[in-house]
Design a protein around this ligand. Structure first.
Ligand SMILES: C[S@@+](CC[C@H](N)C(=O)[O-])C[C@H]1O[C@@H](n2cnc3c(N)ncnc32)[C@H](O)[C@@H]1O
Ligand code: SF4
Ligand code: SF4
Length: 300
């Protein structure tokens, strides 16, 4: 991260803490909900299957920028399916950087060729070892590994949603993150139980055991891009929700925190680590503040 960006985020953090401001800093543009996969745990793919027009995506980026957002995520559906008016996802990333976003990340299922050196991080979903990943995501593991090996930059971070299917595979993914070329880190979420995937929800005891595995992997040098100081809050869902500093824009509609905000009761069962990490940070949790500084400087 550039020093100027670091200073900007530090000022934003202090201002949020001391003035209790609810201004957002992190925004996500959903470029399409179309997807080539139908993962077992996912409730947000192919609802409209519309690719958002380039001009609309650009407008949405501008809207987020004008709101003060400086950390931008492109998400889907499958982001690499996005193209319009002769532009592709890489053009969007370059444009976002030119617009002034300081960190630009992309979330992908990794089944397409990865040529996105301008992104700060490519969050690439990997949901376990080959067997467990393929149970959840269809027969895609080998294609993904092949795409990673030919990626044009080392900006990949595995992104694993831990659920009943793959809870035993956390250590495998940590080790793979440590030992795979072009992969910088791994970041986790617990399954967030949307009404149609409630059966995949983890119990408090399961989450506690998984956090012990992740901590052990951190000790062994696995590059985990999460904050262990947030684990106790994640295990018991004792962190504040929603994240007021995060917004999502999908089809022109802006939601605070996530598009899941409209699902009654879901925030009380939220499994997204970034929500816990950001809300604890902005509520002044000192351990989280120090660990976040160290972690972000290391991986972004
Ligand atoms: C919705 S996908 C969109 C981007 C891309 N298609 C992908 O799979 O990475 C973004 C991330 O959300 C995760 N995800 C989907 N449903 C989830 C849920 N109910 N709880 C936690 N994570 C979930 C996916 O595993 C993926 O890592
Ligand atoms: S690849 Fe991503 S968007 Fe597509 S079904 Fe899987 S999790 Fe959902
Ligand atoms: S806190 Fe609520 S809105 Fe935010 S990601 Fe979690 S479930 Fe979605």
């Amino acid at each position: 991260m550039k020093m100027s960006s670091f200073m900007y985020f530090a000022r934003f953090g202090l201002k949020t803490l001391f003035t209790k401001s609810e201004k957002p800093i992190l925004g996500t543009v959903i470029v399409t909900d179309k997807c080539n996969l139908h993962c077992k745990h996912c409730s947000v793919n192919n609802i409209t299957a519309v690719i958002r027009p380039y001009e609309k995506v650009k407008e949405e980026m501008k809207t987020l920028y004008d709101m003060g957002i400086r950390i931008l995520f492109f998400c889907g559906g499958e982001t690499f399916l996005w193209n319009d008016s002769g532009k592709n996802l890489r053009d969007l990333v370059i444009e976002a950087k030119q617009m002034g976003f300081m960190i630009v990340n992309v979330v992908t299922n990794g089944t397409f060729k990865i040529d996105l050196p301008e992104a700060d991080l490519i969050l690439l979903s990997l949901d376990g070892d080959r067997e467990r990943h393929n149970i959840i995501r269809g027969d895609t593991y080998d294609t993904i590994m092949e795409n990673i090996s030919h990626a044009t930059a080392d900006n990949i971070c595995f992104y694993m949603a831990i659920n009943k299917f793959n809870k035993e595979a956390v250590a495998d993914v940590c080790q793979l993150a440590k030992n795979t070329k072009n992969v910088r880190a791994v970041s986790f979420n617990f399954h967030t139980p949307y009404p149609d995937t409630r059966e995949l929800k983890l119990s408090v005891d399961e989450k506690r055991e998984i956090c012990e595995v992740i901590k052990d992997q951190m000790k062994k040098g696995a590059p985990v891009f999460n904050l262990k100081s947030a684990f106790p809050y994640l295990i018991e869902n004792k962190f504040p929700t929603p994240c007021k500093q995060c917004v999502v824009i999908e089809n022109g509609k802006i939601s605070t925190c996530g598009r899941c905000i409209d699902i009654p009761g879901l925030c009380d069962e939220c499994g997204y680590f970034f929500v816990a990490e950001y809300t604890l940070l902005f509520s002044g949790n000192l351990k989280v503040i120090f660990e976040m500084l160290r972690t972000y400087l290391k991986y972004v």
